[in-house]
Write a protein that binds this ligand. Structure first.
Ligand SMILES: C[S@@+](CC[C@H](N)C(=O)[O-])C[C@H]1O[C@@H](n2cnc3c(N)ncnc32)[C@H](O)[C@@H]1O
Length: 230
């Protein structure tokens, strides 16, 4: 069962999503699903700019106050962990210190919380978990998945990764996943095995460098072309 006490809510901004996934304006105009968006402000900020984004995450079974309380309960711990492992991260480019990191993440999560109730009513925040999503085949042009598969390689295992990638390919024309590093900052062992599995099912897989890195060495995303764009 998915419980809030196991989640460390940590959300990135629209600008970070743009860079993590190499998203030009033309891609932002696509029908986008963010898988595992959690308390990121991507959906809120994209909606404000007139784009169509749906986010799904099991954290959306909880209400605004519950998520806010969980953010408050875990925030200092995440920053302390980052402080202890500061050498694993790239400092600069808008995030020069742990204090700045906290401010940037908290600003994104506040933007998410301010949008959450209205977005849930509008169907933009859907309580759903990989690897089984409640969307029609091909419902989206682009599925984005940030800091979930590959990052939690030890916790999720290979079978989950394969199933999650196939599920995102079922609902979207193209899938992008970032980063390809596991939490321990080495490349996930599942990048190659999942890529081979997807190719075996007729998908096109590319590993591409993107203009974003916060984990040291984490500047690559996986792009999967699941089917020809119609
Ligand atoms: C590290 S956070 C990343 C949040 C956001 N994508 C970002 O980059 O800022 C990982 C997210 O994965 C979500 N998650 C956990 N299990 C999931 C599942 N089975 N399917 C989809 N999302 C899941 C968590 O609730 C959490 O919000």
């Amino acid at each position: 069962m998915f419980t809030l006490d196991r989640v460390v809510p940590w959300g990135r901004s629209f600008d970070e999503y743009r860079r993590m996934f190499g998203l030009p304006d033309k891609d932002l105009a696509l029908r986008i699903i963010g898988c595992g968006d959690g308390p990121a402000s991507f959906n809120a900020e994209a909606t404000r700019r007139g784009y169509q984004v749906v986010s799904c995450d099991p954290i959306y079974q909880f209400d605004n106050t519950q998520i806010e309380e969980r953010i408050a309960a875990t925030y200092e711990h995440v920053l302390e962990q980052t402080r202890r492992n500061a050498h694993d991260f790239v400092w600069g480019n808008g995030i020069r210190t742990v204090k700045e990191l906290g401010a940037v993440r908290m600003a994104a999560m506040r933007t998410f919380l301010a949008d959450y109730d209205a977005g849930k009513r509008a169907g933009r925040y859907v309580d759903a978990a990989l690897p089984a999503l409640p969307f029609e085949d091909g419902a989206f042009d682009l599925a984005l998945c940030s800091h979930f598969p590959f990052l939690y390689s030890t916790q999720l295992g290979e079978a989950f990764h394969r199933a999650a990638l196939h599920e995102m390919c079922r609902i979207a024309t193209e899938v992008r996943v970032f980063p390809l590093l596991a939490l321990e900052s080495h490349r996930s062992p599942f990048v190659e095995t999942c890529a081979a599995d997807l190719v075996g099912f007729g998908r096109e897989v590319a590993i591409e460098r993107v203009p974003y890195a916060f984990q040291r060495g984490g500047n690559e995303m996986m792009r999967v072309r699941c089917r020809s764009a119609s």
